[in-house]
Design a protein. Sequence first.
Lengths: 108, 112
Amino acid sequence: AQRVTQPEKLLSVFKGAPVELKCNYSYSGSPELFWYVQYSRQRLQLLLRHISRESIKGFTADLNKGETSFHLKKPFAQEEDSAMYYCALTPYRHMLTFGGGTRLMVKP
Amino acid sequence: NAGVTQTPKFQVLKTGQSMTLQCAQDMNHNSMYWYRQDPGMGLRLIYYSASEGTTDKGEVPNGYNVSRLNKREFSLRLESAAPSQTSVYFCASIETVNTEAFFGQGTRLTVV
């Protein structure tokens, strides 16, 4: 079975500080990994996915198959980055599995 | 473009009552999902439908049933609500595996 673990429920940083949200996964095949974000009073939405190798809103994430990790990073946090972040994994029989989520708080 | 629409947005039920949460998408997506979101637990998959005419259990299916009525609609039914089912429920749809999931705005359900 596939599993996604986000070890930190809450991450609090000051504006301008680097951010790293951790994500570890277990999956026997070749995974597709995503980061989704939920801003206050907004719908859950895709932030980025590893297959695109893109940077969105200054965030990047690298898939490390050896460590089975897909950590989300940003060099300089902004207050508007405060949100709930979910790491997700697919596919396994079309299942889209999410981690427990990490709430990021960026303090002024 | 409405995307994924869930109804109702809020609901309070008494223990033992039944209800159906509705979800519809207008993007012609093949796969649809129902999740529940609980503090500290993240999003847990209840049921999903990989394509019209098929449904499968997810991580936490007990106490729920689903119907993929057609390609657009995927409903979630609670036959006998319990306080443990108090949660925020999200519906999502995906065109194909590995593509972006689109979410509804959520249904906040309280069972008293």
